[in-house]
Design a protein around this ligand. Structure first.
Ligand code: UT7
Length: 322
């Protein structure tokens, strides 16, 4: 039994904010942002929400897969920026698309969220618990950015990506998977939640924003990601040369170049979306995959290596057959 991706979709907010736009409101420049990261613009929400972008990405993925909402029996959203503490984003998506037969829940594995969702769906599908899963990565990161901290706010964007994964007899789908966490180093990329709020304690009313030690996260990424990919490719019984594309989390073009170098893989095999999307945490991998799919880059039988990495710290890789 293979857990195969049979459709993809994505949704970006309508408003595009360029590096030059940011340079008008803070002490930064297109030169600094694009040379350090490869990012040129990002989409930021005005009216859109994490759930509304997710529902739209889901509709496009269902359309691409040629399935109806009633066929979906599992919805998992990887997100750290859901609109509400409860209901979950997945339950909101269920309601908005009319997937009345699905069980729906969110998971938080930061930038590895979509990859963790893929692995969870794969486990359910392999054991015949469910047949058709809708998995998403979706974020409205602009609401948890400190817009006075130029070292983080210029890096991130908003958006959602989705995939339909179906259990298919005789197909391969997910060939191998690796995932891990290192909670001890969680402080290098963090966002506080709500503080205590009961009559026994003094309450801080400070708003919670993302703070990141960029250089520590960078070092983690360029070490953990090639190792995880190498391990997954080997577990799939393949070599780096067998991989047609590496669809990785889009944090920084220099990270992608470094991973390519460490794996001795051609940079052309690392498609990018960060130039026009920025870093959208859990949404990066599924948006990139959808762009590749819609450009006709993905042909049946191709081997794609996927990897997400970030807050937690968390990381996850998979090798799939398209
Ligand atoms: O999705 C989760 C995974 N996240 C990541 O993978 C992020 C990984 N880290 C990175 O991509 C990089 O570390 C950054 C892009 C975040 C930062 O690049 P860097 O080369 O490590 O820069 P830096 O933090 O060392 O800052 C260098 C200089 C500093 O000035 P001084 O102290 O050298 O005078 C900063 O104040 O750049 C300054 N700076 C800026 N200048 C203009 C920081 N942010 C900006 C900015 N515009 N937006």
């Amino acid at each position: 039994m293979g857990a195969k991706i049979i459709g993809t979709g994505s949704c970006l907010p309508a408003t595009v904010v360029t590096n030059d736009d940011l340079a008008k409101i803070m002490d930064t420049s297109d030169e600094w942002i694009s040379s350090r990261t490869g990012i040129r613009e990002r989409h930021l929400v005005k009216e859109e929400t994490t759930a509304s972008m997710s529902a739209e990405a889901a509709r496009r993925a269902m359309d691409n897969a040629g399935i109806t909402a009633e066929e979906i029996d599992l919805i998992i959203v990887g997100t750290l920026s859901a609109d509400h503490v409860t209901p979950s984003c997945a339950c909101e998506v269920q309601a908005q698309i009319g997937a009345k037969n699905a069980v729906a829940f969110d998971i938080n594995a930061a930038c590895a969220g979509f990859m963790f969702a893929l692995n969870i769906a794969n486990a359910y599908l392999q054991t015949n618990t469910y047949r058709t899963a809708l998995i998403l990565g979706a974020e409205t990161l602009s609401k948890i950015m400190d817009w006075n901290d130029r070292s983080t706010c210029v890096l991130f964007g908003d958006g959602a990506g989705a995939a339909i994964v179906r259990a298919e007899e005789g197909s391969v789908g997910v060939l191998a998977f690796d995932q891990g966490s290192d909670g001890v180093k969680g402080g290098v990329l963090a966002c506080e939640g709500r503080s205590n709020n009961n009559p026994l304690v003094e309450t801080s009313k400070e708003l919670a924003y993302v703070h990141m030690d960029g250089q520590e996260v960078y070092k983690f990424a360029v070490t953990a990601v090639p190792y995880s990919l190498q391990k997954t490719i080997q577990a799939a019984g393949l070599t780096v040369e067998d991989i047609d594309y590496f669809a990785l989390h889009q944090a920084n073009i220099r990270i992608l170049q470094s991973v390519a170098k460490r794996l001795k893989a051609a940079e052309e095999k690392f498609p990018i979306s960060l130039d026009h999307c920025g870093n959208i945490s859990a949404a990066s991998v599924p948006i990139l995959l959808d762009e590749m799919n819609r450009k006709g880059m993905l042909k049946p039988g191709m081997k794609i290596a996927l990897s997400g990495f970030g807050g937690g710290l968390t990381w996850a890789s998979a090798v799939i057959e398209w």
